[in-house]
Design a protein around this ligand. Structure first.
Ligand code: GTP
Ligand code: MG
Length: 141
């Protein structure tokens, strides 16, 4: 059983589709084991995306991520990292497969509805960035 971080970005929160996005996770066997809504500070967003600091779009990315509240969740399930990436679709919605979150809810490569960890190692770092272990409620029976 693996865990990953998912973030519903400000564009999708603004479109009022948090529930529709949660349905994609649940329908695909991923369980939400922690969640919080938060309006990130600039420092928090810069820290979270520190790996992209040198990319030309870093400033735009941070401005976007603090433009409104985000919904942050820990997803748990078999191959949760890869499964979530599959459900999300390609970074650029123009290249995203039919039926993916980004195909259905994203407008552009910048405003692309969701974030998902890209490896189990990064997932652990990103989960610790937003959640204390005591805030996570494993539902493995
Ligand atoms: P995340 O799950 O958000 O990490 O997306 P990703 O892993 O599919 O993409 P990547 O890590 O390469 O880029 C991180 C985020 O930067 C993307 O989700 C976009 O929001 C943003 N981004 C990537 N490329 C561009 C770009 O060319 N322009 C702008 N404005 N933003 C970009
Ligand atoms: Mg990424």
């Amino acid at each position: 059983i693996e865990r990953t971080i998912s973030i519903v970005k400000p564009d999708a929160v603004g479109k009022n589709v948090i529930g529709k996005i949660y349905d994609r996770f649940e329908s695909n066997g991923l369980k939400i084991v922690a969640a919080k809504m938060k309006h990130l500070s600039r420092r928090e967003a810069e820290g979270f995306y520190a790996v992209h600091k040198e990319r030309p779009f870093f400033g735009e990315l941070v401005d976007f991520m603090i433009s409104g509240p985000v919904m942050i969740q820990v997803l748990e399930g078999e191959n949760a990292v890869a499964k979530n990436r599959e459900i999300m679709g390609a970074t650029n919605p123009a290249n995203a497969d039919e039926g993916t979150i980004r195909k259905d809810f994203a407008d552009s490569v910048g405003e692309n509805a969701v974030h998902g960890s890209d490896s189990a190692e990064n997932a652990a770092i990103e989960i610790a960035y937003f959640f204390a272990e005591t805030e996570i409620c494993p539902r493995t029976r």
